[in-house]
Design a protein around this ligand. Structure first.
Ligand SMILES: [Zn+2]
Length: 86
């Protein structure tokens, strides 16, 4: 099953989220330092992006099953930007 990994830039905590509910507030907070992921970015970009990528990966497997195409899986590995990169 797919999951996402969240890196907290304040304390260095890395949290893996294996199950999420789009409107679950708790998942947006770092369990170590309490930093919050911006709600608007979470809801309008992160959740749709994760759901769309999961859908694409399922579509690859469906095509592989039905048409014997190459089974492909795509992971997104984030750039670790700092403010100096902006
Ligand atoms: Zn933190």
């Amino acid at each position: 099953m797919a999951y996402m990994r969240i890196h907290c830039g304040d304390c260095g905590m890395v949290k893996e989220v294996h199950k999420y509910v789009p409107d679950d507030t708790e998942v947006r907070y770092c369990p170590l330092c309490g930093s919050e992921i911006d709600r608007d970015i979470w809801e309008t970009m992160i959740i749709p992006a994760v759901e769309l990528l999961n859908k694409a990966n399922r579509a690859f497997i469906a095509k592989h099953t039905e048409e014997n195409t190459t089974p492909i899986y795509i992971d997104v590995i984030a750039d670790h930007f700092t403010r100096d990169d902006m």
